[in-house]
Design a protein around this ligand. Structure first.
Ligand SMILES: [Mg+2]
Length: 217
């Protein structure tokens, strides 16, 4: 660990852009249930679909006699549309300190649990560029299993960059778990919404702003 990292991989939500309002996602999920013919889903089912395991998704879909892949595709499509609206209205926006990323001279990437399409929309509309590689999750049942804390997309990005000692930058306990599973250092970004966060293992770096990054490299 330590200095001379040869790449930097960023989480998106809570690191590069503000997180999406939870109520926006809940409304999107409710509309997805409606799209597949479930007009009045229990609140608990809507909340579980914020971040279900595959077995939770299968159980909920079976209870409504819906194909799990059909329900999940509708959920992801609704989340993409709702978040695009948040991006276009500026409610979901780039953090000011992302400017600091411009002075990083090693290759950079994004690995997010958000939909790949949402990351594409963010790159298009939030003045984020210069990332060589970016992965969001696929809108499929496989995407559920591949998202963090699984290191799947993180390892793919590191492979793509050809990096041997990258730094991962995240704001969530799952980011710390994924980085440990991938065997790479992590910088935990402790913004206002994460002041009380308690990662399961000690991150190598604990920073409150991306402006602290250049000196870690
Ligand atoms: Mg995050």
């Amino acid at each position: 660990m330590g200095t001379n990292y040869d790449a930097v991989v960023f989480d998106n939500d809570g690191v590069l852009t503000t997180p999406t309002d939870r109520d926006v996602l809940l409304a999107a999920i409710a509309s997805a249930f409606d799209d597949v013919g479930v007009a009045d889903p229990p609140r608990e089912h809507v909340e579980t679909l914020l971040g279900p395991t595959l077995s939770e998704l299968r159980r909920i879909a079976a209870g409504h006699e819906v194909d799990p892949a059909t329900l999940w595709t509708a959920r992801e499509r609704a989340a993409v549309e709702a978040q695009l609206e948040e991006i276009l209205t500026g409610r979901k926006r780039r953090y000011d300190d992302v400017e600091a990323v411009d002075s990083i001279d090693v290759p950079t990437a994004i690995v997010s649990n958000n939909q790949h399409r949402t990351i594409a929309n963010i790159l298009e509309h939030c003045e984020l560029d210069g990332f060589e590689v970016w992965y969001g999750r696929e809108p499929t049942l496989e995407g559920i299993e591949r998202k963090k804390p699984a290191p799947y997309y993180l390892e793919r990005a590191i492979d793509d960059l050809g990096a041997t000692d990258p730094l991962y930058v995240g704001d969530s306990p799952v980011d710390v778990v994924a980085s440990e599973a991938a065997g790479v250092d992590v910088a935990f970004v402790r913004r206002d919404h994460r002041l009380a966060a308690d990662p399961p293992t000690e991150p190598q770096h604990d920073i409150d702003s991306l402006t602290a990054l250049p000196e870690l490299l």
